[in-house]
Design a protein. Structure first.
Length: 420
């Protein structure tokens, strides 16, 4: 799926499925996020088809986009959820994802969060540290129940992705070192309230090559064999998420090619396979639509100043991420080079430098592509800007699935004490 597969131009006008973006913009006002439900469904089906010959469960990584309409779309297809907080558990459950399809990752789970997850009966805790395991054991014992656990293993593999989203190297905070795994499982097996059932790994996000996955899964397979020899009943391997998407011209292995590699490394273990994809399900199913407020001519550059800013989409300033920037109406104009910036009072509020975009005027609509994952979920109201609404499209229907708050909503969250 390319960034524009579900956002094609027809007669120079950008559509999402069967609706012109311009028509949505008239009703919703920019900036807004816009998702194609067909794109989400198609990505999910690709995973499901690729793993249909396995006992596999897709646990969508809720952090990528936790809108209830997105979660409901996936729940209806049978998806489980990979969650990292009590909030994400609430969201998953309220969208109809059953507790027994939830895996709980998350690096510093609190006692309250563990208690809540245990009371629901989730499928598995992906345990990140020995002290966390002890806390889970304590809580499970006090509730007179048993927690099914897997340790997240840090295999010390370089994911060859951006440093801020690389998680599987020894220096990263995630998981327990593979060298300590056998000891950790031994300790776990001796703890009350704990059922050791699996092994979990996630080495990073936006991986464009299969090689790091393969290396990690090879190590995990060897570990499973060792753990079984040590007497542990390992029946689940959680392979994490991380498969990348095309933002510009990255050539990403298909989900089928990824699945073939996973099966080559792990199928012989006869384990249930858990997948935790986020970006590869949602990334190219969404766009951020904004309006050009001004075209400003600086001394050296021309700036396209948008009504969307880094508070709406932080990826370019945070990870130097590339997102295609496309005029919603290409008209008959030619390409021109712009710095595309937002209205926030920071130089970092820049979506792209020296980028070719069809010549645009104030009032024109601009689409920032590949924003379905890690877009709206990472937004803030910095500069007291409204959180951008989210819109879901299916065929020729659309709905606002998160509405824009009012200024009152925002100000009323604050409290001025009467002693001031
Ligand atoms: N499982 C675990 C344990 C994770 O930490 C993550 C993502 C995933 C699954 C899903 O990975 P995906 O399939 O989406 O690559 N905000 C960053 C990405 C952070 C990813 C964090 N973990 C970005 O905008 O690029």
């Amino acid at each position: 799926m390319t960034p524009v597969s579900y956002f094609p131009h027809q007669n120079n006008e950008m559509y999402v499925e069967g609706i012109a973006i311009r028509d949505i913009a008239k009703q919703v006002q920019t900036p807004f996020y816009c998702y194609s439900s067909s794109a989400i469904e198609a990505s999910y089906q690709d995973y499901q088809n690729a793993f249909s010959d396995q006992d596999a469960l897709i646990c969508y990584a809720v952090k990528a986009n936790s809108n209830q309409a997105v979660l409901t779309t996936l729940a209806k297809l049978g998806s489980g959820a990979d969650v990292v907080s009590m909030g994400e558990i609430h969201r998953a459950i309220s969208a109809g994802i059953p507790a027994n399809k939830i895996v709980y990752s998350g690096v510093a789970k609190t006692q309250d969060e563990i208690t809540y997850a245990l009371s629901l009966g989730i499928f598995q805790f992906n345990v990140e540290s020995e002290p966390e395991l002890e806390l889970i054991s304590k809580v499970a014992t006090s509730l007179n129940t048993t927690a099914a656990v897997a340790f997240r293993i840090n295999p010390d593999v370089c994911a060859q992705t951006h440093a801020k989203i690389s998680t599987g190297k020894a220096e990263n905070k995630f998981g327990i070192p593979i060298s300590k795994a056998r000891l950790a499982y031994k300790q776990a097996a001796a703890l009350p309230g704990i059922k050791v059932q699996g092994v979990d790994v996630h080495i990073g996000s936006q991986l464009t090559s299969l090689a790091p996955f393969k290396e990690a899964y090879q190590r995990i397979a060897e570990l499973v064999i060792e753990l079984r020899a040590d007497g542990h009943d390992i029946s689940v391997v959680d392979v994490g998420g991380g498969l990348g998407i095309t933002y510009l011209d990255e050539v990403i292995p298909s989900k089928q090619t990824y699945a073939d590699m996973v099966k080559a490394q792990l199928a012989h273990l006869n384990c249930k396979i858990i997948l935790e994809p986020g970006r590869s399900l949602l990334g190219n199913a969404g766009t951020l639509v904004s309006t050009v407020v001004f075209v400003k001519t600086g001394e050296e550059r021309q700036f396209l100043m948008l009504d969307a800013g880094m508070n709406d989409l932080i990826r370019p300033s945070m990870y130097e991420a590339y997102h295609q920037i496309i005029a919603v109406n290409k008209g008959t104009k030619s390409l021109k080079t712009y710095d595309v910036v937002g209205p926030v009072c920071e130089t970092g509020d820049t979506f792209a430098k020296a980028r070719a975009v069809h010549e645009s005027d104030a009032g024109d609509l601009i689409a920032i592509m590949s924003c379905g994952a890690y877009g709206a979920v990472m937004s803030s109201s910095y500069n007291t800007r409204m959180l951008a609404p989210e819109v879901m499209v299916k065929g020729e229907q659309f709905a606002v699935v998160r509405k824009r708050p009012s200024y009152e909503d925002i100000i009323n969250q604050d409290v001025t004490p009467d002693w001031l």
